[in-house]
Design a binder for this molecule. Structure first.
Ligand code: FES
Length: 202
């Protein structure tokens, strides 16, 4: 009679036990799959990371692009025009006129026989003095230099009078000022204040 394992021979039982244990063992493929599998929360983290990297890269590229564009728009300092009109001599009475101080950094001064333009820059260190009508003088707020109504220094550290800008009358009788041409005076030494272009006869 043929031998059967049914009935639970000890040999058969051990064989079937091994097979079950082997089957229960995860294969290499399933191990790898498991290792590379991502949970939903991990997926979210990856998405967030990707978004962050995307924003960062986009920002970086945009910044570089804007910097590149900047080359086509060079930095320019817009200074006031150096040559401009300030009206006719009859627009000015005797004394100091301050209406162009802010826009053009000048004062128009008219005496009994001359009209000239003082460039509003202290000859000490370059501050802009103030015209003190009540004291009839220019006073520098930086270190206290004082100038008379013609811009001649008489107190403080300023070494010389304030410069005068070139003035001339155009064909229409308008006063044209050019602050790129300045006339200077070294106190007690030389003066350019009587040179042609330093004043207009009125
Ligand atoms: S800058 Fe005017 S007194 Fe010094």
């Amino acid at each position: 009679m043929p031998e059967t394992t049914a009935g639970g021979s000890p040999e058969g039982a051990s064989q079937s036990g091994e097979t079950t244990a082997e089957a229960a063992k995860p294969s290499l493929a399933s191990k790898l799959r498991k290792a590379f599998q991502t949970s939903p929360s991990q997926k979210d983290a990856v998405k967030t990371r990707r978004r962050f990297v995307g924003i960062f890269t986009g920002g970086f590229l945009l910044t570089n692009f804007l910097m590149f564009l900047r080359f086509f728009f060079p930095r320019t300092i817009f200074e006031p025009k150096r040559m401009f009109r300030v009206g006719t001599p009859t627009d000015y009475g005797i004394g100091v006129d301050t209406k162009f101080q802010k826009a053009q950094r000048i004062w128009v001064v008219r005496s009994t026989d001359r009209l000239f333009v003082i460039y509003a820059r202290c000859t000490h260190l370059g501050c802009t003095p103030d015209w003190k009508e009540s004291e009839s003088k220019f006073k520098c707020p930086c270190h206290g230099s004082g100038y008379d109504p013609e811009g001649i220094n008489y107190e403080g550290p300023a070494p010389r009078p304030m410069d005068r800008a070139k003035v001339e009358l155009d064909a229409e009788g308008q006063i044209v000022v050019d602050t790129s041409v300045l006339f200077k005076e070294e106190k007690g030494k030389t003066t350019q204040f009587n040179d042609a272009g330093a004043y207009i006869v009125v």
